[in-house]
Ligand binder design. Structure first.
Ligand code: ZN
Length: 269
């Protein structure tokens, strides 16, 4: 088989076989990474982070993150289709002024003390933790990895194809540059916005299912938006822009999850 045919076959296999559907939103996603691989990567990354970053000894912060985290984890496990494969839940507070939080495959969650200073209630913390865990249950990291593999694979097909067609090297580079820009702006960036709104919606469901008020989301993001007025936004905000569209979307979604919130709250009274 000619190498170009082999590569085209590979690319087609990537695009047509590696698909799955995100529960709740029903969006189809390219998926070339297995849940087991993903969990292994997450667990290894978390143990590295725990070695390199300072773990907080603040008893109030630790208790708050454990309390909210456990309820969200229970809510996730009760939500059909959203279970985390091989979950080994762990909630750790890191000592840092960073306004940040993250969740990794395998059920590992980290929250920075800088974020906890800004959070006014368990409801607000639940919104952030729910959002981060929703990125994991929706497998957004693995989807991004899959897209990068596919984009690189197709770029290779294009490069080999042009070589065989005897396109001049200068023209070839021009085309590859255009391809790279096109895939970044046309495919990879819009996906990160899709991931954010998907995690907002599913995170709201997780928080409400854990008995936390979904209306806290819009209030929290408004506060974050005000914190964003400085010359250099904190890293969490540069990946989570608190624009007015986002706040309006959260405000519109909250009523859908009010009855879930009210019935779930009874579990914890
Ligand atoms: Zn996010």
């Amino acid at each position: 088989m000619k190498p170009s045919l082999l590569l085209s076959g590979l690319a087609a296999a990537l695009l047509f076989s590696g698909c799955q559907v995100v529960p709740e939103t029903g969006r189809k996603q390219l998926m070339l990474v297995s849940p087991a691989e993903e969990a292994r990567t997450g667990l290894a990354a978390f143990s590295d982070i725990k070695k390199s970053e300072k773990i907080s000894a603040n008893p109030a912060y630790r208790a708050q993150v454990e309390r909210v985290g456990k309820r969200i984890a229970d809510s996730v496990m009760r939500t059909p289709g959203h279970q985390i494969a091989n979950a080994q839940w762990e909630f750790v507070v890191f000592e840092s002024e960073q306004i940040n939080a993250f969740a990794l495959p395998g059920g590992k969650v980290g929250v920075y003390t800088g974020l906890l200073k800004l959070v006014a209630s368990d409801d607000e913390l639940a919104i952030v933790v729910g959002h981060e865990i929703a990125h994991v249950t929706s497998r957004h990291g693995a989807e991004r990895t899959s897209q990068n593999i596919a984009v690189a694979g197709l770029g290779l097909v294009l490069a080999v194809g042009m070589e065989q067609q005897q396109v001049t090297p200068a023209k070839r580079n021009q085309i590859l540059l255009a391809y790279g820009l096109g895939t970044t702006v046309g495919v990879l960036l819009p996906f990160s916005r899709t991931h954010e709104s998907e995690a907002d919606r599913i995170g709201l469901q997780f928080a409400a299912g854990a008995g936390y008020d979904p209306r806290a989301a819009a209030a929290f993001w408004r506060k974050m938006s005000a914190a964003n007025k400085g010359p250099k936004p904190p890293p969490f905000l540069s990946t989570h822009p608190a624009d007015t569209d986002r706040i309006a979307a959260l405000e519109a979604l909250a009523p859908q999850y009010l009855s879930l919130y009210q019935s779930s709250r009874l579990r914890y009274e």
